[in-house]
Design a protein around this ligand. Sequence first.
Ligand code: ADP
Length: 614
Amino acid sequence: MKNFLLNNVSLDSLTTLFSQAPVALAMLMGKDQVVEIANRQILDLWGKDESVIGLPLLQALPEIKDQEFPNILKGVYNTGITYKGNSVLAMIEKNGILNECYFDFVYSPIFNNNTINGVSVVATEVTEKVLSEKKLKESEIRFKELMEISDYSTGIYVGEDLIIDFANDQMIKTWGKDKSVIGKPLEEALPELKGQPFIGILQNIFKTGVPYVAQEDKVDLVVDGVLQTYYYNFSYKPLRDVSGNIYAIMNVAMNVTELVEARKRAEASEVEYRNLAEAMPQMVWTAGIDGAIDFCNNNMMDLLGCSEQTIGQLNFKEIVHPVDYMKLVDAWIKAAEKNTYFEMEFRLKDIRTSEYRWFLSRATPVLDKDKFVKWIGTCTDINEFKNLVSQKDTFLGIASHELKTPLTSLKLYAQVLERMLKKTGDEKNAQFAKKMDLQVIKLTSLIGDLLDVTKINSGKIHLNQDVFDFEQLVVETVEEMQMSTMHKIEIVTEHVGTVFADRERISQVITNLISNAIKYSPEAERIVINVKGDGKNTVFTVQDFGIGMPEENKDRVFEQYYRVSGDEQSTFPGLGLGLYIAAQIVERSHGKIWVNSVLGKGSTFSFSLPVVKI
Ligand code: ADP
């Protein structure tokens, strides 16, 4: 074997030196690049054993024949210029298999007396690093492809200069720019960012490695040539290479401007609405679907002695008058079940005076896309009004009571007068006396109604309840009424059993319904009465063929002083009390009263009472 000796250095000592070196080393001597020295590491990289030492390189590693290395080596040998290769691919045969290997290497000329007689090889295998970098690159490409179609605005900024390496269409649209921004530093592509904190935040991430997450951050961007304000939820996340160094930052952003602006509008309108609520003389409140009050204006808080913090702890049992409390709960539950308008009068305790005052409370359910979300309500102080009503009732009570006595005398005198005139044969004047008597009867009935109402309103109406045959009462009452009307009263009854109620008062209800049927059907000739039962309830019905009433007035006719308005109404005298009294009597007898009516066709009034077994 031909030895190429170097100046004053023996081959043995070089071999020892090389074998101890921590890197892969070889010396290729002469034009044929004979492997003079090759340490363990380089033999391992080559996948060869020591038998290759002394062989020309192409014999030692025949697989590299058509690869670039022999030529590079030749170049170094001929020119004396060192060559550095970085992550260069070499196909190396190891254990009979051709492997894809990557090397960082340096080829340096070996000089002997100013002539080159060989090339030294220092190599490091970087296959793993290169392959993982390749993988990273591939996954980055796949990732970018994905991001391209993502609904989120995505961008990647490389290096501290924040070169826009990638920005999907969504991001370009967000910026109001075009694809030409790619490859430019962020600051250049979006000059409007100057003076805003984002560039600084991004650069800082290169130093700290700490991601930045923003919620509804305000960003000013020039879109369509105009500086506009947007709101974004976004994140800046550092991207690291295989060695763990941050090489870029990924920005994923979502435009939430519409949402934020809608919320701001809602907040502004909430402030407006609160100001409005405070400016109102009424008490204003809102409550959740469970009925718990969550807002009161100052007026209401002053009344109840609570603050914004303690509203939620309000105990209605303590602030509502005990007599009204259960009625309020019932009415509230009914309204909540059906999500309907709520209206009720009840007494609330004024914390400042510890006295109860009357309020009219109204509440409307607030719906959001048909879903019931809350109540908005008011409480209007009607204490003065209630006092006036009670004064009026007291006055009416006294006045009607006082009127009753002279009327009774008047009636008596009219009857005596009629009889006396008849006796003297003065039939004409006797008729006048009779008419007078009839008018007195009407007046007595009106006064009776007024008295009844004052009694009902003050809770003093007394019912002399007893058991009686319902059908019999109807028949008796109808017979009596038939005598004083031109309408033919047709009656269909069945034996329905007995009821427990005030016979006089139920007769008053029947009389009232029949006289209304007659009064409000002046053009008709008949009315029809029906008595039916189902074993549990008796149902009395009176049908007329008169003026009827519009659907929307149906339920209100049972209210005090309510009269269906309309041109025709003025021709029918009345106080609007009869049905109110009838409804109160029926309800207090545990029954129900209702009406069905068609305008211009007629009405059917009914009431039912529970049957009692004896
Ligand atoms: P009024 O004294 O006015 O008759 P009511 O309380 O008996 O008072 O009745 C209240 C209102 O109901 C009446 O003013 C009338 O408008 C309406 N009403 C009552 N009965 C009938 C009926 N049979 N047909 C049409 N409207 C009726």
